[in-house]
Design a protein around this ligand. Sequence first.
Ligand code: ATP
Ligand code: MG
Ligand code: MG
Ligand code: MG
Length: 482
Amino acid sequence: MEAKKIRSTFIEFFQSKQHQYVPSSPIVVKNDPTLMFTNAGMNQFKDAFLGNEIAKFPRVANSQKCLRVSGKHNDLEEVGVDTYHHTMFEMLGNWSFGDYFKKEAITWAWELLTEVYGLDQDRLYVSVFEGDQGDNLGMDQEAYDFWKAIVPEDRIIMGNKKDNFWEMGDVGPCGPCSEIHIDLRPDAERAQIAGKDLVNNDHEQVIEIWNLVFMQFNRVSDGSLKALPATHVDTGMGFERLVRAIQHKSSNYDTDLFAPFLDALAKKSGKVYGKDLPTDIAFRVIVDHIRAISFTIADGQLPSNNKAGYVIRRILRRAVRYGYTFLGFHEPFLYELTSLIADNFGDIFPEVRQQQEFIAKVIFEEETSFLRTLDNGLKMLDQIKAELAEKGENVIPGKTAFELYDTFGFPLDLTSLIARESGLSLDEKGFTREMEEQKSRSRAASESETGDWVVVNEDDGVEFVGYDFLEADSRIIKYRVI
Ligand code: ATP
Ligand code: MG
Ligand code: MG
Ligand code: MG
């Protein structure tokens, strides 16, 4: 089944269960000062769960564009290195606002995966909240019983509060969740180690595909839980992972969602995907990042020097840098991939087709200017290497690496790579010190953390340092974990 069909089947399945299809909200969040990018399907329904707004429809389904590149939901370092975390991905979801609850959510999820998509039941595992003494909560017996009616008991896993109890924050709606995992290993490997033991273990082939959250409590300010007057369902399924499972691939990148992009890159670079790891990572990083960049620009966020714009600029530079170093692209190349974005995603997300020319133009300009600074930075590095050789030294000082970063937008890992290639090392601690000093010079900020939401105060009008440092930085305000 092709990816497009898999997506439409999800929507049609839930439409047949009286769900209203709602288009994805923008990936860039403009009307919520506490959130930079959409990182889960429920973001656009936050007010309905909080009771601030009455839901327009009791049952909703959609495919939401999500971006997880900063704060608690920062998957960036995994992207390209593993084969199932993306920066930008689609989250398929179905919701009930005060309507159906666990029974329907569970039985429909199972029906869709096994009967409609035909996934092998033997490869699926489900998890149930085991309870938590601090909250005086027992296990989620209800969910367990509904699962037990359809899944052999040895494939039901008990999960702790971290994995199986979803909370919006210090206060607010919350509840237990059930995750669905799939074991995509070959039979011989499955016979040796039970998939159950590999769930939630960072195994490349045993991956989480769907999270079903059952909102039934409200956490109040004294920390206790009160039963909600109405219960809700909030689910999120990684579309690219689902496609991989249905298409029997061992990597998200081997699906028809990414194949045209990998092919185009291979053709243009003359390199082959699937031969050696560093090249493969570069391929994967680029085909992942072009999606994040294109969708974000289409939603109105241009690359810039601060906040969300800087996050996008850095992702773009990361892709350019991988192309430059590993695929030999010394001229702009990313912008050419935007036509594939339009062709492959224009039906479901018309904005990327309508704005394709504009997106290509923005990316081309960014690439051109960064490639120029890359060249300049490389020249500066040559000079530094010569000076070091003269002095008989072999460590690039942190201050120099910081200057390259600050003036030329030169990522530290690139400086580090080039240093290694020249038999030099790099004073990373010195770099971090310089960074810290610049940060303390340029802003005063405070941060406080409340549950799954990181709440940060920001001091407007100062330069944003970049996503690499977002954890310690004061820009990001709020994140949600489901
Ligand atoms: P994981 O444990 O694999 O990081 P998660 O528990 O963080 O996933 P959820 O917040 O539960 O993910 O999101 C719901 C679903 O979205 C997941 O079950 C998964 O299929 C998908 N998903 C989450 N993060 C990513 C990502 N970075 N790229 C692609 N799909 C993702
Ligand atoms: Mg995660
Ligand atoms: Mg998880
Ligand atoms: Mg999860």
